[in-house]
Design a binder for this molecule. Sequence first.
Ligand code: FAD
Length: 421
Amino acid sequence: MLLDVDRSSTDADLTDAVTAWVGRHVPESWREASARGRAAIREVRPLADYEAWYPTFAESGLAVATWPRQYLGLDLRPNQARVLDSVLSPFNLGRLNPLGLNNAAPALFAYGTEEQRLRYLPPIVRNEEKWCQLFSEPGAGSDLASLATRAVRDGDVWVLTGQKVWTTWAHQSRFGLCLARTDPQAPKRNGLTYFIVDLEDPRVEVRELRHIGGEVDFNEVWLDGVEIPDTDRLGAVGEGWRAANATLAGERQMVAGAGSGGVDRIGGSGADRLIRTAKASGQWDDPLMRQRLTSLYSEESVRRWTNERVRATVKAGGTPGPAASIGKVHQGALNQRIQLAATDLLGAGALAWEVDVAPTDPESWARGLPYEVKGMLRSRANTIEGGTTEVNKNVLGEKVLGLPREPDPYHELSWEATPRS
Ligand SMILES: Cc1cc2nc3c(=O)[nH]c(=O)nc-3n(C[C@H](O)[C@H](O)[C@H](O)COP(=O)(O)OP(=O)(O)OC[C@H]3O[C@@H](n4cnc5c(N)ncnc54)[C@H](O)[C@@H]3O)c2cc1C
């Protein structure tokens, strides 16, 4: 049941309401562990238990307190949501379904119909339906607007055909946000339309891709004449580029660590953990290692504070502006340096895996890799995913420094007439 608070509630009302809710609904062992910190919470709260309990959190409205009540929010002002968050913070009740919340929801709010919002937002909040982002293709990544997946209208449905790649969590998702070409004769950014694809459709094939760390995070997705009702179009025909940008802005914030999902690091652990490891192994006595780790720790702190500033701006109803791109560029490179330091601390241990594991089987040999090595391997993607560092620097150069735009000799040409990779 949604918490009984509203915009007229005082800070004291909010604190009382959420404290009472925690006492009633957060299991006792989790509450007790919260007094001993996040590591203690993780010990008593396996992910499966948290996922099973999560709908209780979602139904309270606390997961998305600033959203309207009809979509499982509490319709509170950002400063009121901060009061609730500060009471909840020690219990570490993280939001599940980050792509649903950070990528799909902004587009549904900005371009969805009321019918679409009522259908899709509550299951996102409850973590019942996960979402993925069907943008990149083998021939379209940084130059996303050149994508070739076709959508052809046939009465009340659109027929989609094409191949997507790099689709994070498609293998676990129910829906995908898909950018497809509806007018090949228009210039490349104008001929796109945004659709909601039901991945349970038999004409959608999701093929898992296993990455160097041995796990499946992303996929190839083949669309072979998938029929999508016009009611699952998001935004106007030909307006897909603008609608997709609502999703991309949310993604940049999330990957930079400034989204409501709070993904502060993708791959590995933080500099504070490295410092503890170095102290335990005696490497902290080496002044060069000490200097390296304290410098990483300082940089990570600065980045965290920058992210907090962006988060506060967003919660207060503002837009993150260039800070999200700056955060993305900085975070990618910093995390790679932190994860390299982690493997350096391991020394020869970083090279070893269990002897009985066949090195020819990527799935099983990767399972034997130390956690730090997996983190280091995963962090290689940080400067690519969510827009590469080079492309983000172009954006900053143009939007912040006011440098001239990158020349595009094909600007006025139709997509059909534009050369593609
Ligand atoms: C882990 C991971 C998860 C991902 N998840 C998703 C997802 O869920 N959904 C999705 O749609 N996509 C996803 N992507 C794809 C991602 O958005 C693309 O990989 C990225 O945009 C780069 O595109 P590309 O791989 O085609 O490289 P390319 O665009 O071919 O770039 C190759 C190189 O050229 C550089 N380059 C390209 N253009 C310029 C330019 N104009 N100026 C300077 N340098 C340039 C790039 O920086 C890069 O170094 C994911 C990628 C990764 C690594």
